[in-house]
Design a binder for this molecule. Structure first.
Ligand SMILES: Cc1cc2nc3c(=O)[nH]c(=O)nc-3n(C[C@H](O)[C@H](O)[C@H](O)COP(=O)(O)OP(=O)(O)OC[C@H]3O[C@@H](n4cnc5c(N)ncnc54)[C@H](O)[C@@H]3O)c2cc1C
Length: 338
């Protein structure tokens, strides 16, 4: 393992922020990881686990060890009447893994096609898109406890999955390194095309019959046309979560904003699209220097070239404050701030 010093992380985060890591090293096995953790502890360095860097905003140089997880491998570990159980190394690229499953007719991940990043981060925020979340097909994961170096197995229940949430973002934040994830995929697909645009896209594609391949392609087409490509313009997807508010607050706001979009969560809560709130505060297409809000997707903050993480963060703070002022709703950042 080669330890690189004062190493630029620009190629390792989709926001394209040019910060450095005091030390940077990639590991591809649990033994290498253990060795690096011991070394970091001896040199009293803090360590940060990096996947594909697609859900991170670096606001400063990392004064410690950046450990890039490159544990690979995809394996069909068992099957039963209805399911395939497929285990993937944390360092596998997520979309390539999804394509692998689709090729082998393992159903359940097709709606999650083309999400950037790696397998290891998929449980971190219970990635979701187009009416699906990984919790729906999650079997278990193995993670190394940084403190005692023991490997623990987590079931879906243990992970406490929620909307863009898991126990690894809350109670166990920075305590575990996810090594691999096993998904329980279906032998008989349960097609999920309820998310409006998928059906339209399938029609446009002239898909002769419904299949996981067709759904995956439809999702790829929609995402490619709607979302800014991080290879062309720095971003980390949705910057904020969609807030859940009380029905009471919603009804009060509705008197003033009768066209306010919303989705029912339960009898006393509704979810409001953060993109709508941000657009109402006139941020869509805003640009200051190289930090901006995407011209079509107000939920996506962008780096037009040389923005610093601080500049993007400060912009996010202004957006957050303006939404509080106008609607009394506090947005929560989805992106991990480092
Ligand atoms: C254009 C675009 C579109 C996106 N669309 C979606 C979407 O539709 N749905 C969605 O849910 N997300 C979306 N995202 C966000 C992002 O792709 C996901 O959150 C993804 O899972 C992040 O993976 P990563 O490997 O890049 O994680 P990173 O950004 O590298 O890391 C994210 C966090 O997880 C931690 N981490 C990473 N790997 C491990 C590990 N093995 N063990 C312990 N901790 C770890 C890191 O320390 C960090 O705190 C999008 C991002 C972009 C750029």
């Amino acid at each position: 393992m080669e330890i690189l010093k004062n190493y630029s992380l620009k190629q390792h985060n989709t926001f394209d922020i040019n910060v450095t890591a005091k030390k940077f090293v990639a590991f591809s096995s649990i033994d290498e990881l253990k060795e690096l953790l011991s070394y970091a502890a001896q040199s009293k360095s803090k360590e940060f686990i990096l996947g594909g860097g697609s859900n991170i905003l670096f606001t400063k140089n990392v004064d410690g060890f950046v450990l890039k997880n490159e544990i690979k491998g995809i394996e069909l570990i068992k099957e039963d009447r209805n399911h395939f159980y497929v285990k993937a190394g944390a360092g596998e690229n997520w979309h390539q893994f999804v394509l692998h499953c689709i090729k082998h007719n393992y159903a359940g991940l097709e709606n999650l096609s083309l999400i950037p990043g790696n397998v290891g981060a998929s449980p971190m925020q219970n990635i979701g898109a187009y009416g699906a979340e990984i919790k729906d097909v999650f079997e278990n994961l193995e993670a190394l406890n940084k403190a005692d170096k023991a490997v623990h197995t987590f079931s879906a229940n243990d992970c406490a999955f929620g909307y863009r949430e898991s126990i690894f973002k809350s109670k166990y934040k920075n305590q575990f390194v996810i090594l691999n994830v096993t998904y329980r995929l279906n032998k008989i697909p349960a097609f999920n095309t309820s998310y409006g645009a998928i059906e339209q896209e399938l029609e446009k594609m002239n898909a002769k019959e419904l299949s996981i391949q067709a759904i995956s392609q439809a999702v790829i087409n929609i995402r490619s046309s709607k979302l800014p490509d991080p290879n062309k313009i720095g971003n980390a997807g949705s910057f904020f979560k969609n807030p859940t508010i009380t029905l009471k607050l919603f009804q009060a706001l509705q008197k003033k904003y009768s066209n306010m979009p919303h989705y029912t969560v339960d009898a006393i809560h509704v979810k409001i699209p953060a993109a709508w709130l941000i657009e109402q505060c006139n941020w869509k297409g805003y640009r200051n220097g190289d930090a901006g809000v995407h011209i079509h997707q107000p939920l996506v903050l962008v780096n037009y070239g040389n923005a610093t993480g601080k500049e993007i963060y400060n912009l996010s703070e202004k957006i957050l404050q303006s939404v509080i002022k106008k609607f009394g709703i506090e947005l929560e950042r989805e992106v991990n701030i480092v």
